[in-house]
Design a protein around this ligand. Structure first.
Ligand code: AMP
Length: 203
């Protein structure tokens, strides 16, 4: 978990590589639907581009299909984003005979979020953010692009949505014994090391 720009995608990619986990980014799944021009993609495009959340029912059904399709360990990136989604995830986990090992919240001050997202460029090929603001292409050679919902107005709104709808999820997990907060205002490698310490304990 974490606010927009906290580094969820970056850390998930590192965890996928190191721990052999399957990375499920609900944002990536939705952007994939949009790019493919599917019915779901058309339904969610305006919501996403304006920084609003996609309805819970759609997200929950989508996620259950994905989780049910694999036995691999999973890192969920961007889900749950509402208390209703967290409740549904618990029910889904029991139905599928699975368990949540840890809920990792990457904490980042809002001023830092705005700074990060105003300069963020992502790679069309590997999905990773560019390491610098000036490089013409990604390290992998892929073309860089700016996400429509990284426009300043959308970022402001995404933060409001985050405060109103996603922060309450923190209370949902606070007493579960699985909830951990990590300081996101460090280098990606330092954040990663902090997350690994948590995962080693629950492994
Ligand atoms: P992300 O890539 O995680 O920043 O997600 C981008 C956008 O996808 C969000 O701003 C939402 O519009 C939508 N989205 C992703 N995950 C969810 C979710 N779990 N619930 C509702 N909307 C979501």
């Amino acid at each position: 978990m974490g606010c927009p720009g906290a580094g969820k995608g970056t850390q998930s990619a590192k965890l996928k590589e190191t721990w052999g986990l399957k990375h499920i980014s609900t944002g990536d799944v939705l952007r994939g639907e949009m790019a493919a021009g599917t019915q779901i993609g058309k339904q969610v495009a305006a919501l996403i581009n304006h920084g609003n959340l996609v309805p819970d029912e759609l997200m929950i059904a989508m996620l259950e299909n994905i989780i049910a399709s694999t036995d691999q360990g999973i890192i969920l990136d961007g889900f749950p984003r509402t208390v209703a989604q967290a409740q549904a995830l618990d029910a889904m986990m029991s139905r599928l005979g699975r368990e949540i090992s840890a809920v990792v919240m990457i904490d980042l001050p809002e001023a830092e979020v705005v700074k990060r997202l105003s300069t963020r460029r992502l790679c069309k090929k590997c999905g990773k953010p560019a390491a610098t603001t000036t490089q013409p292409t990604c390290e992998c050679g892929g073309e860089l692009y700016v996400r429509a919902d990284d426009a300043p107005e959308s970022v402001k709104h995404r933060l409001e949505v985050y405060r109103a709808q996603t922060l309450p999820v923190k209370n949902f997990y606070a007493n579960s014994g699985k909830y951990v907060e990590i300081n996101g205002n460090q280098t990606p490698q330092q954040v990663f090391e902090d997350i690994c310490k948590v995962l080693k304990k629950v492994k």
